[in-house]
Design a protein around this ligand. Structure first.
Ligand SMILES: [Zn+2]
Length: 267
């Protein structure tokens, strides 16, 4: 049977909230049908540099795990990100950034973005090693999201176990137009591991995600993955994690056959 419509399930959820407050584990309630998911491109930049603060210690494997964590949190809004690309690249203007020292502000992070890989066509997540805040999204822009590998948060009940996915998901929340809301368990609270979004936040983030030029429906994502042949994995990975069968089952099957085709190391 098809799952109950979004509106009625969300109605049920809202009614149950007083009982569940603080108990609801992050991302446990899938309230959108697979067809309603909005899939957004995310370019992940692992910055490398001679300047220690900009030299991110995360590996590509860490970044893939991070993306899975981000999607675990954003699932509640029916929004998922796929790795449009995952880049290890040299931070721009690192010498200048370092020389600013005490006069450096968050706005100077703009400078460190490698020029060749800037584009408004995708969301961007720049991973650095050490900045003053855990993360920052400048001007609510999808192009200006920065997170540090050394992020630390105050743990709250039912919150995200790991810090990096929560910080990244929070900053992407700003990129989707959300403001801070200082409720301990909320994703948009400052400095906690909370991951929840309320109905208003879900509606606003979906509205903005739906307006993003590079957004995909699951069907479009599947078509794009098929067109990419052996390079469709990043899309299949997101589709395979969607609720229900259908698209997800098809994506899992295709992902498995891609993995089977991949040449194994000979030594
Ligand atoms: Zn914030």
């Amino acid at each position: 049977m098809r799952s109950i419509s979004t509106i009625s399930r969300r109605g049920l959820l809202t009614a149950a909230l007083p009982l569940l407050a603080g108990l609801r584990p992050a991302g446990a309630d899938v309230i959108f049908t697979p067809e309603q998911f909005i899939i957004l491109p995310l370019r992940i930049h692992l910055l490398r540099s001679q300047v220690a603060d900009l030299n991110c210690s995360l590996t590509p494997a860490d970044a893939r795990k991070l993306l899975a964590g981000i999607n675990g949190i954003w699932r509640q809004a029916g929004i998922q990100f796929y790795a449009e690309s995952l880049l290890e690249e040299k931070a721009e203007a690192a010498g200048l950034y370092a020389s600013l020292e005490a006069s450096r502000t968050e706005a100077h992070l703009r400078l460190i973005r490698p020029r060749e890989t800037r584009t408004p066509a995708t969301f961007h997540l720049y991973l650095v090693q050490e900045i003053r805040p855990n993360g920052v999204c400048l001007e609510f822009s999808h192009e200006l999201v920065f997170v540090k590998a050394t992020a630390e948060l105050r743990r709250v009940e039912g919150g995200c176990r790991e810090f990096l996915p929560r910080v990244s998901a929070h900053e992407l929340g700003h990129a989707l137009g959300l403001e801070h809301r200082q409720d301990t368990f909320n994703l948009l609270a400052s400095g906690t591991t909370g991951t929840l979004l309320n109905e208003t936040e879900i509606d606003l983030s979906r509205l903005n995600a739906g307006k993003f030029a590079g957004r995909l429906t699951p069907q479009q994502a599947m078509q794009m993955a098929v067109n990419r042949g052996g390079n469709g994995s990043a899309l299949y990975e997101v589709l395979a994690a969607l609720p229900g069968g259908g698209v997800a089952a098809e994506a899992r099957k295709r992902l498995e056959s891609l993995r089977a085709m991949r040449p194994r190391p000979t030594s």
